[in-house]
Design a protein around this ligand. Sequence first.
Ligand code: DOR
Length: 429
Amino acid sequence: MTLLVKGGRVVNPALQQDEICDILITDGKIVAVGKNLTAEGATVFDAAGLVVAPGFIDMHVHLRQPGQSAKETVVTGTRAAAAGGITRVATMPNTNPVIDKAIIVEGMKYKAEHEGVVKVEVIGAISKGLEGKELSAMGGMAKAGVVAFSDDGHYVESSDFMRKAMEYANMFHKIIIDHCEDESLVAGGQMNEGVVSAELGLKGRPAAAEDIAVARDIILSELTDTPIHIAHISTKGAVEMVRQAKAKGLKVSAEATPQHLILTDEALRSYEPRFKVNPPLRSEDHRAAVLAGVVDGTIDAIATDHAPHTWDEKDQEFSLTPSGFVGLETSVGAILTHLYHTGAADLATIVRAMSTSPARLLGLDAGVIAPGKDADLTILDLDKEWAVDSSQFYSKGKSSAFDEMLFRGKAAATIVNGEIVMKDGVVLR
Ligand code: DOR
């Protein structure tokens, strides 16, 4: 099957390319990129007026399988990804059972291959059962094809244990994706510690908890010469430490979420459980520092931490509701509205953070539009105006911090291996 994507503005930062041209795709691979391409019998996708980017990759997603299919599944989560313009996700191991051995990785990969509408990478746990006590079966999981290790949702408390985990991960050339919140400082905390938490009378989770965790793990990364990736960075201190680590040439990277780039703890004044997340929405000075980190390249990637929960779980009083909310169907709109249209970040920076850099960090042959590569493309309508309506999400999770917001910019189509899996918001399989 041949697909010709015609007349789009190709934004392809890996090759410093930003120009109007055509992309010819045959049997799932890009075969040519250039002006005035033609192909007899090809299906033509008219991309005039649209941006064509390498497929967006969300490196921090909870598909909730195995074991938590009331919250999300590979089918519903990858359909949500397709709807949002995401061509590939990496799914976290805080499932039931935890993804901490090869057989579970193999099961997930099989499921993803047969049921996924977009591509799915699997992240293995650092510790057995996420308990931070015994190392998971890292070697077997590496062989089975995990792209990284993470105890996401939990901080690895013991420094000695984390040192060993880094040494093992390094042996298998896998990064550690690090949830950085010192547990003793955040235990029982409901939101960011600050003026708003004091006024609301809710126990806070101080920024210092993240700063301490990030500092320790940068030190351990240097000691073990292991690449670490700071998940959902949210404090100005952490951003500055990553900046300094990079300046020293250390193997440290980071991701920021749309929520930490756009929202603050002021949103919590509504007491709405949909704003509860770990790490928490911070104050404006932290938000601005995270944004500055994306703009200057200190923060490599934008990832959602798509964390679906059932409606019953989220429909409880604030202190009882689990942390996290969905993000796959809102990340493109949120980022285009609040980073691109505000002039804070240019398109190349955004495409790099949502495609090229996650591909690099996870060791994937993706994130670039070039002959010979898989034809994974995200097609953007920069000016499409729309209102978020979580009741219409493909995801099972209906709790969204961006619900009812007005956005400018949306994915117009999602192409995976040359197949159009979403067009105009409708998932086609
Ligand atoms: O709020 C969160 N929810 N933060 C995490 O790190 C984990 C996630 C979840 O799995 O629900």
